[in-house]
Write a protein that binds this ligand. Structure first.
Ligand SMILES: NC(=O)c1ccc[n+]([C@@H]2O[C@H](COP(=O)([O-])OP(=O)(O)OC[C@H]3O[C@@H](n4cnc5c(N)ncnc54)[C@H](O)[C@@H]3O)[C@@H](O)[C@H]2O)c1
Length: 335
């Protein structure tokens, strides 16, 4: 297996493996020096995971976000098409944007056809250009359309994956420990819990997400490798049907589980406070997807896959990992 990435923090434990070589370069550098062409010519399958995929980055450097998800990836898609190599493209459930229900608030969520996300039926609703939040979803959507078009015109073998909030150990950096800036929501809450700071809910934490274990996500990938004929030419939502909750509920649950894992009941009293999108992300034009309810019928019927792991198990595993690595345990022992 050959990989390309400038960063290796999350996969350091795999770097010595006999069957894995990591080239420390970006995919555009690899295309420019020919090493990408060499790797694709040798590969049975190409999995494109490269992206800047953190909402804070959408606000502060949207052009880099668009470049990483769209323009840098185009030569790889073209290479796969030329060589007839199977491309598995990691897109995102953010391509659905806001639900249609969110534009007809008087309806609430009474009609599932207006909010449940199906690969073949649901419209992709992006917000205005001035709301930079949509730069990532729009870039991913355009790349999906390009991949799909080459599948249609030139029979390029492809699979598109739309992940729903994969959570697990190593998923993100902790600011001040192994990174800077603002990570995604799970790591923001863990940082607050580690540091005895308030957990901040952007715009009231009313947005709802579907949380999926990284182990279920890996099983979905394995099911694709096992059934390449069923997987090619398809778009798959990959997420855990029952695991929907609001960001506010997520904060409350994480606080509870962290208190248990750390044996530190004081953590249950950490405040959970509201901030606006602008206070949290700056003036970059923040807007949020209101809800992500997955229809995973396609993955179940074609791959025989469905997610199995519930929210509390996912949070306990992930929080325990971060607690073991980063918490100052002497402080708890002293108390
Ligand atoms: N984790 C999720 O819940 C989730 C949800 C939706 C979509 N996705 C998609 O899945 C993929 C992986 O997500 P992740 O959570 O593991 O993110 P991640 O940030 O951990 O991994 C993305 C990697 O891409 C690398 N990268 C960015 N631009 C690059 C470039 N030009 N050349 C080479 N490498 C580059 C980064 O250095 C990073 O290591 C991404 O494409 C993301 O958009 C993930």
């Amino acid at each position: 297996m050959v990989g390309f990435d400038l960063e290796a923090g999350k996969i350091e434990h795999l770097l010595g493996h006999d069957n894995f070589t990591l080239h420390r370069k970006s995919i555009d550098e690899a295309v420019a020096d020919g090493s990408m062409q060499e790797a694709v010519a040798w590969a049975d399958v190409v999995v494109n995971l490269a992206a800047i995929c953190n909402p804070y980055e959408y606000a502060i450097r949207p052009s880099a976000v668009i470049k990483s998800s769209l323009f840098d990836a185009l030569p790889i898609v073209d290479l796969c098409c030329e060589l007839n190599t199977w491309l598995i493209q990691f897109s995102t459930c953010e391509v659905y944007g806001r639900t249609v229900s969110s534009y007809v608030p008087e309806e609430g969520y009474s009609d599932p056809d207006l909010y449940v996300q199906s690969e073949s039926r649901t419209p992709l609703v992006m917000g205005p250009v001035s709301k930079q939040r949509w730069c990532y979803a729009s870039a991913k959507q355009t790349l999906e359309r390009y991949v799909y078009a080459l599948g249609f015109e030139r029979q390029m073998p492809f699979t598109i994956i739309r992940p729903y909030n994969f959570f697990g150990p190593r998923m993100d950096f902790i600011p001040g420990r192994d990174g800077t800036g603002i990570p995604r929501v799970l790591a923001c809450f863990i940082t607050a819990l580690l540091d005895d700071e308030p957990l901040l809910l952007v715009d009231g934490g009313t947005a709802r997400r579907t949380i999926t274990s990284i182990h279920d996500a890996i099983d979905a990938m394995m099911a694709m490798f096992d059934r390449p004929h069923a997987a090619t030419g398809q778009i798959f939502n990959i997420g855990a049907d029952g695991n929907e909750l609001t960001i506010s509920e997520l904060a409350h649950r994480m606080r509870e589980i962290y208190a248990d894992v750390s044996c530190d009941p004081r953590k249950r009293n950490l405040p959970i406070l509201n901030v606006t999108g602008e206070e949290f992300y700056g003036k970059g034009g923040y807007e949020d997807c209101d809800r992500r309810v997955i229809d995973s019928t396609n993955a179940t019927s074609l791959l025989g896959w469905s997610a199995k792991i519930g929210i509390d198990e996912i949070l306990r595993e992930t929080i325990s990992y971060y607690y073991e690595i980063y918490a100052d345990k002497t402080a708890v022992a002293t108390r």
